[in-house]
Structure formats: C-alpha cells, structure tokens
Design a protein around this ligand. Structure first.
Ligand code: PEP
Ligand code: MG
Length: 604
C-alpha cells in the first residue's frame, strides 16, 4: 500500500486526553494511507434525537414560547453560518440550498400553529413542534409537484436542527467544523464528503463501506488517512476523545497509551523521510530501468483537486468524476456552469490531457434534484449511461458543455458503465447530434476529441472486440469490473474479503481487453483503484496497459516502483502469474518483485 506523511492535530487537548482512559483498538479496512492523531468528532447525521413528551402547566406556556424563540434564533444563526462557509468554499449557488431552510423557520403560519397547539394541549414545546412539523412535512410530501415535494425534506432537516437546539445538543455538519478533527461516523455519504471542510477534517473512520466506495475514494483524493468497515466502532466512541486513524494498517485506536503514541512518533519520522525521498520523483517519468515508459495520470472528483494532480507529478487526468458537481445543490448545473468547470480544469492541466467521464449517477451517488425512484439494487439499476440515455435532455446539457470546453484541444471524454455496443452507438449518435447543433450555432469544439468507453461490466469486457470499433480508447474501471464479475458489492464491508483484484478471472478479463484494444489499434488505461497499488500496477503494466490513473497521492510511490524495475522483469512476472490459481499467490508474486527490486520499499 502506498504510504504518506503522518500528521498530528494542532489541538492542544490531544495529548492530555490521550493519557487518560483505556486504549482500545478497532480493526477495519485501510482505504486511505498515512496515519493521523487527533480529536474525534462523532458525526451523527442520520440520528434524530429522542424527543421527550410531558405535560406543562398553564403558567409555563410563556417559558416554553421563549425556549422556542431562542431555538429558532440559534437555528437561524447556524444556517446563516453554514451558508457563509459553503458560499466561501464552493460559491454562492451551492449556499442557496439553505434559503429554503431559512424560509421554514421564518414561516409565520407554522410558528403560530405551534403556539396555538402549545396553549391548547399544554405539552412541552419539543413535542408540539415535532407534531406540527411532521404534519407539514406529510402534506408537502404528498403534493404532486416536484419543487414543493422537496420542501418536505427541508422541513425535516430544519426540524432536526430546531429540536437539537431545544434540547441543547446542536449537531454540526461537516462544513461547519472550526477546528481539526477526525470524523467518526456510522456512514458518510459521498455528498457529505463533498461538503467536508477540507482543512479541518484530518481523517475519518466509518462503520460501513469498502475500499472502493466513493467515500473511500474521496478520502484518498483529499489526501487524508481513512479506515472503513469498523463494524460498530462509532457507537462506542464519544466526541473529543483522542484517536489515531492508521490508514496503512486499517486500525482506529481510541485513547492511545503512552507507548502507542511513542511508537507512532517514531513511525512519523520514518514516514517523513520516505516522503521527502518520494517528492524528488515528481518531475521524473514513470520509466523502467530498461527504458519502457508508462503514462501515469490522476483521478479527480472536483476542479479543486487539480493542484494536487500537478503537485504529485501526474501526466494528465485519466478520470474526472463529474457527478460531484451535481451534489449538495437544489437545482441541476446549467450548461454554462458545466462548461466553466470543464474549461478551467482543462486550462489548468494544459498541455496535458483530461478525460471527462460523463455523469455516473446511481449506485452510491444519488441526487435529490432528480426524481429517481429508490431501487432494490442501485448498482445494477438505473445508473450512469443507462440513466443518461433515458434522459437525453439532461445528458445533452453535459455533452454540449464538454464539447464547448474541448476547443482547447486537450479534452477526451468517456462513457461509464457501458454494457454493450448498443449504448455506445446511442451515446455517440447523441454526441453527433450535439456537434451538429453547435456547428449550426457557430460554436467551436474539437472535432477530433477522443471518445472512450469504460470497461467495467463483464459483458463489455467480453465484447471489447465489437466496442473497440466505435471508440478511440478504453478505460478499465476495475472498481466496478471486480464488483460485477465477482458479485461483490463494493460498499459492503462484510464481503470485502472477496474483493480480490488479483483473482485469475479479473486478470484474464483485463488481458483479453488489452489484447483486443491493441489489435484494434486503440489504447487502454485503468482508472480503478487497482492502478494505485504498486504490486497490482506492475501486473497491469505486465498485461500491456498503456495508462494508469489513480488518486494523486498514490503517484509518487507508483513512480518509484516503476523506476526501480525493468520491463522484462515485469513481463516475466506477468507471464508467470497465469500459471497460478490462488489470488494471494498471484499477489505475492508481484510483491516478491517489489521486495527484490525496490530499494527501501517501506514495509510496516
Ligand atoms: C471504476 O469503477 O473502477 C471507476 C473508476 O469508476 P467509479 O469508481 O467512479 O465507479
Ligand atoms: Mg465505475
């Protein structure tokens, strides 16, 4: 696993609290390397506080009204604070979501009804407020108008906030943190991670999730240590205790002992030296000892990630996941907003390339703006290209924006979750339609923009010969290819042990795709997390992959590995693994090569 520098929170409280309380270690799945010591912040977004219900006397009514008013004022202040922070970090349009929340707490009809019922029923204010807001939420959720139906969720969010204030337990959200913390939660959705305060969240740990869940991927992009799949650890941890997240070993250590802190202190020095060494490789090519070069690119989720791509020495962006652009907002992005984001990314990375992936909604990334019914199997359902081909007006907005931005000449585009040639043909026909529209309107675009298909569904891999004829390149999405080939839900920690990239079935599929691509004279990359692990990356190079794209933070160690071995060693290793049957034995073979050839490869 790739490793990176260690961190220690700036909080002065940390050492004091660490020396009291008994040390406890929880074991999970390491998903983002490095370790960090800091103060826990328990994030309980999904928990509604238990609401008390009791009778009050007539004489207590004014007091209850005063409590209500104080809670409304506090809630208003919190919402304005969030708005300000989001607007500074992400722009005013993202902050506008909260206007609707302000409208709820300022709604005279709702407030007067609460007071009327309070006076009539003589029950505590929490009980009355919950009852009235539930009634309103229910009415809105039944209205046959998408916009008004959305108000039901605003009422629910605000109700939770007001009740928390009434009961003196205000819950911060992840954009509101004002000090460095390690977030501990049962789960964190990709949209929560998108909202995270980038400077103040220094690590996170969740009870559920697997190594390729989008929350885990986001941790790597943000370059913060993370562990998932900790079962019920979050239930046993309180805010403010000292914890260590070890994203190399997959542990969460609560109340670390003096000895543990000393051990991590020593490791910190070791990792820092290692980091310094890796940093020197930034501008060097990923070239083997015998001169074979491989293209190393980075994956990004947001335009803000581009500086890290450059700082880590990537030669381009092999995957721009555009769906985060749609999150944490009430409306859909306009064509101009899309265009500006893509153009800016392309400009910053120029003359290197960026591969923009058309939107991959569904799976673990849902949007409240779209009226998509809940499905039993979201990963097998109305996801990615399937959704886009059914909602062509929605899809065309993005295609137009990508094409407009392509006039710079360094944009490539690819379709996610292709399962067969029919989808490629339909998407390409739509792209052609959009090109003609733009030409008629006199808007320039790159007529030769390369268009690729992601290979992440076994049916696409096995029909690669057919699909290759309609595209300029393939990008193998191993996160999904493994999920779909091995029937392993990528976000389910209970079966994460079955998620084996070195399984012969996966290696055979990839080899087949590479051989076909090269026969058809197109190039093929891998942009799944498999590309970020040095041992697996060597296997992929040995199978003939032309480009590896992974989280920026993993690139220096990948370069170091590639620069230490020869291509003939890699080919030899890759040939030999096809005689092996056990995924662990196969992985071991590649690790042997690393142990033998990569000097000082850090073993923890
Ligand atoms: C993949 O499936 O490997 C991939 C890169 O796409 P995502 O992780 O966004 O599904
Ligand atoms: Mg995928």
């Amino acid at each position: 696993m790739t490793r990176k520098k260690s961190q220690q929170s700036n909080s002065n409280d940390v050492k004091k609290k660490g020396s009291s309380g008994k040390e406890e270690v929880f074991y999970g799945i390491p998903v983002s390397p490095g370790f960090v010591i800091g103060k826990a912040f328990k994030f309980e977004n999904d928990i509604v506080p238990a609401i008390p219900s009791y009778d009050i006397k007539q004489s207590q009514v004014p007091l209850e009204i005063a409590r209500f008013e104080t809670a409304l004022i506090a809630t208003r202040k919190q919402i304005l604070d969030i708005q300000k922070k989001i607007s500074e970090a992400m722009g005013t349009e993202h902050a506008e979501i909260f206007n609707a929340h302000l409208l709820v707490i300022e709604d005279r009809v709702l407030i007067e009804e609460v007071i009327k019922i309070l006076e009539k029923e003589l029950k505590n204010i929490e009980h009355v407020f919950l009852k009235v807001s539930e009634k309103y939420g229910e009415i809105f959720s039944r209205i046959n108008d998408e916009y008004l139906r959305e108000r039901a969720s605003d009422i629910k969010d605000v109700t939770k906030r007001v009740l928390s204030n009434l009961m003196g337990q205000a819950q911060k959200d992840l954009s509101q943190l004002d000090e460095e913390v390690i977030v501990v939660a049962h789960d964190i959705s990709p949209s929560d991670t998108a909202l995270m305060h980038r400077d103040n969240v220094i690590g996170f740990a969740t009870d559920i999730g697997g190594p390729t869940s989008h929350t885990a991927i986001m941790a790597r992009t943000l370059d913060i240590p993370a562990v998932v799949g900790l079962h019920d650890a979050s239930k046993q941890i309180k805010s403010d205790v000292t914890v260590i997240i070890d994203g190399n070993r997959g542990t969460l250590i609560v109340n670390p002992s003096k000895q543990t802190l000393e051990r991590y202190g020593k490791e910190k020095t070791r990792l820092e030296l290692y980091e310094e060494e890796l940093a020197q490789l930034r501008t060097l090519p990923a070239q083997t000892q015998d001169g074979y070069c491989i293209n190393i690119a980075a994956n990004i989720e947001m335009p803000e990630d581009v500086p890290s791509v450059m700082a880590h020495g990537a030669q381009g962006i092999g995957l721009y996941r555009t769906e985060f652009f749609y999150m944490n907002r009430r409306d859909l992005p306009t064509e101009d907003e899309h265009y500006e984001a893509y153009f800016n990314v392309a400009k910053k990375i120029y003359p290197n390339y960026v591969i923009i992936r058309t939107v991959d909604l569904g799976g673990d990334k849902f949007l409240s703006q779209l009226d998509v019914p809940q499905e039993m199997n979201p990963y097998l359902g109305w996801r990615a290209i399937r959704f886009c081909l059914a909602q062509t007006d929605f899809f065309k907005v993005q295609l137009r924006a990508i094409l407009r931005a392509s006039s710079l000449g360094n944009i490539k585009m690819m379709y996610p979750m292709i399962s067969g040639i029919g989808e490629v043909r339909k998407a390409n026909a739509l792209l052609e339609e959009v090109k003609q529209e733009l030409s008629r309107e006199g808007i320039s675009y790159d007529p030769d923009m390369e268009v690729g298909a992601m290979i992440e569904v076994p049916s696409a891999a096995l029909t690669a010969d057919i699909i290759a004829k309609e595209v300029d390149f393939f990008s193998v999405g191993t996160n999904d290819l493994i999920q779909y080939s091995m029937a392993v839900d990528r976000v389910n920690e209970r079966i994460a042990y079955l998620y084996e990239p070195s399984h012969p079935a996966i290696l055979r599929l990839i080899k087949y795709v590479v051989d076909i691509a090269h026969k058809e004279n197109i190039w093929v990359g891998v942009c799944g997390e498999m590309a970020s692990e040095p041992a697996l990356a060597l296997m992929l190079i040995g199978l003939g992959i032309d480009e590896l794209s992974c989280s920026s933070v993993c690139i220096p160690e990948l370069k170091r590995t590639i620069r230490s071995v020869s291509y003939s060693d890699i080919r030899h290793m890759a040939d030999s693994i096809f005689n092996l049957t056990d995924p662990r034995e196969i992985l071991n073979k590649a690790n042997e090569l690393i142990r033998e050839k990569v000097p000082g490869f850090l073993q923890l």
